[in-house]
Design a protein around this ligand. Sequence first.
Ligand SMILES: CC(C)(COP(=O)(O)OP(=O)(O)OC[C@H]1O[C@@H](n2cnc3c(N)ncnc32)[C@H](O)[C@@H]1OP(=O)(O)O)[C@@H](O)C(=O)NCCC(=O)NCCS
Length: 142
Amino acid sequence: MNETSCIRVETGGPVSANEVVELFSALDWSSARFPERLGAALAGSHGVWTLRDGDRLVGLVTAISDGAMCVYFPYVAVHPSYQGRGWGRRLMETALARYRGFHHVALISYGDKAGFYERVGFERDCEKAVLFARDEANADRV
Ligand SMILES: CC(C)(COP(=O)(O)OP(=O)(O)OC[C@H]1O[C@@H](n2cnc3c(N)ncnc32)[C@H](O)[C@@H]1OP(=O)(O)O)[C@@H](O)C(=O)NCCC(=O)NCCS
């Protein structure tokens, strides 16, 4: 068996909150602090795609969608040890295939990751779109 033969993209999980916490911790993502809410987020997602090396979760994409018109990708993650080998592209292309032809396909990118999304077919929409965010944790201060 060669090195990549046990690494694979799977559609639909299953994936546990604990596995996701481990992956997000490796990326130093603050969401890793909320395992219970992450479990609910996974259960409530329209689509989940995993990258596994054997049994180990090493990548994840989730989608929130109305199933017909709009899809948003809140989590796109590849473990640092597996980055730069084409797995992010494989994950993203597999997820995007599910939503081909949708009217709105959107995500929010970190500035230093924008090139990745451009490589998989996204375009910046700074001309038409303005990003609004609301800090619910501090909403009572507004
Ligand atoms: C962003 C991320 C998902 C990319 O996954 P990856 O497996 O490293 O990317 P790939 O190897 O599949 O790269 C696909 C293409 O995108 C390019 N690319 C990857 N990361 C890039 C970056 N940060 N900037 C510019 N281009 C990038 C690659 O060079 C490659 O180009 P090619 O098709 O011309 O060869 C991964 O780096 C990651 O999980 N990072 C940490 C978590 C994160 O920040 N997620 C995104 C939140 S917005």
